[in-house]
Design a protein around this ligand. Structure first.
Ligand code: GLN
Length: 434
């Protein structure tokens, strides 16, 4: 069978291909020469599968899509406090190249506008790196996100530097506020090189999937940055990634995202996929026209909005029944799916409301696919309280979804591989009754 996913992506491209509104970025002369007809969309799953259609391997410069990744490197290299001290996390609601800094401190509002991104660039690697070493940190870091060594497009870099008056002005303003500890010209040069790294839509989808996968590149298996860094980066992308269009994007698309002036656009959906599109014509905010339409379509077709309400936690309780009678009665609570706080509450409620005189309670996790930390603690507390109330508690856990369960003070659980084992275990441990 042929996967329907690439066909779906190709069909989505067909629907936007006739839209020729907008124009490629003109302020970087070299970008204005890009073929405006180029079009691609790629999905990369968090387990490393890649699907695409269109010009998936066409190379273009990453531009502002480098910003979330370089912010991640700065957080990883210098720590949260040092970075937050120099770059805020408030949406500015302004254009990407606005010359605006927080009044008083001079701190850029966020790392997705140029002022914040130039500062984040200067915070990669340890303090005191020379420009070449810093560039190597940025290139190798972004390459790890992509899973292959990325190269600079020297002509785009030179073209942008010749016209970098605005970014240089931002750099000097940052310097005057002591936000930049180094020569502003050198930092802007490095930032511009960072923006000139060549990527394809395929690369960007894998980079986005690395964000969606908590910082581990799903194809190479490399952990690029720690999970708390990813949470910070995705949060900032969701509030600031689309500049002055961030509110429209958050409501209509609802996927943490970042755009670049060469026409790339990425979105990262935590735990699901990374998406990248490429089409050079831009709207007045500097976001790819067809890219925005594609993302709107993907989000609504596939229910990808992060604020979409997931199925009710009620589904966590699969069955609740009593097997056997009298002293042999076993109360069996069967759970299923992924259990988080709301699901954990259903587990607690089910136990509180239905466990009665049965001597034995089996908590059956056979069909549970995942259980997060708070739900794990809630389940073990249920086990502890049931023990204190005089029940014998079994955990049916054939896949070891709950390794080394320790219900703590006064609690006791016996782990078994299947429900039948509960009966066999009871025969062995309580022979007097049989
Ligand atoms: N290098 C570009 C700049 O600094 C990046 C802008 C963008 O992609 N939005 O102006």
């Amino acid at each position: 069978m042929r996967s329907p996913i690439p066909d779906y992506i190709a069909e989505a491209l067909d629907r936007v291909v006739s839209d020729r509104t907008g124009a490629p970025a003109g302020y970087i002369p070299e970008l204005a020469t890009a073929d405006p007809e180029r079009l691609a969309a790629v999905f990369a799953t968090v387990d490393g599968e890649v699907y695409g259609a269109g010009d998936v391997d066409a190379q273009f410069t990453i531009q502002s899509i480098s910003k979330p990744f370089v912010y991640a490197l700065a957080l990883a290299d210098r720590g949260f406090d040092a970075v937050l001290d120099k770059v805020g996390v408030e949406p500015s609601g302004e254009a990407f190249n606005e010359i605006s800094l927080e009044p008083g401190s001079g701190r850029p509002f966020n790392p997705m506008i140029n002022a914040g991104a130039i500062t984040a660039h200067s915070l990669t690697g340890p303090e005191g790196l020379d420009p070449a070493e810093r560039m190597e940190r940025v290139v190798s870091g972004l390459s790890a996100f992509a899973g292959r060594r990325l190269e600079t497009d020297e002509s785009v870099w030179a073209s942008e530097m010749e016209n970098a008056h605005r970014n240089l002005a931002i750099g000097h303003m940052l310097g005057s506020h002591d936000i930049l500890a180094e020569d502003p010209h050198t930092v802007v040069d490095g930032y511009t090189r960072q923006c000139s790294l060549l990527v394809s839509a395929h690369d960007l989808a894998v980079m986005a999937a690395t964000l969606g996968n908590g910082g581990v590149n799903p194809r190479s298996g490399e952990r690029v940055v720690a999970e708390p860094v990813i949470r910070q980066v995705l949060s900032v992308m969701s509030t600031c990634g689309m500049y002055d269009a961030a509110g429209d994007w958050a409501t209509q698309v609802g996927i943490p995202a970042k755009s670049g002036v060469s026409g790339g656009l990425i979105g990262a959906l935590p735990g699901q996929i990374g998406i990248a599109t490429f089409s050079p014509r831009l709207d007045p905010h500097g976001n790819s026209v067809r890219g925005v339409s594609l993302f709107e379509r993907f989000s609504s077709d596939m229910g990808l909005h992060v604020m979409a309400v997931p199925p009710a936690a009620r589904a966590v309780v699969r069955a609740n029944h009593v097997v056997g009678a009298g002293p042999d009665a076993v109360r069996v609570l069967e759970f299923q799916g992924g259990i988080r706080f709301a699901g954990g509450e259903r587990v607690v409620r089910e136990a509180v409301e239905t466990v009665g005189a049965e001597a034995t309670v089996a908590l059956d996790l056979t069909r549970v696919s995942s259980i997060d930390d708070v739900a794990r603690r809630m389940l073990l507390e249920v086990a502890r309280r049931l023990t204190l109330d005089g029940h014998e508690v079994y955990l049916v856990d054939p896949e070891t979804i709950l390794p080394d369960p320790d219900p703590g003070d006064g609690g006791r659980v016996v782990v078994v591989g299947d429900l039948d084992a509960v009966g066999r275990d009871r025969l062995r441990t309580t022979p007097a009754q049989h």
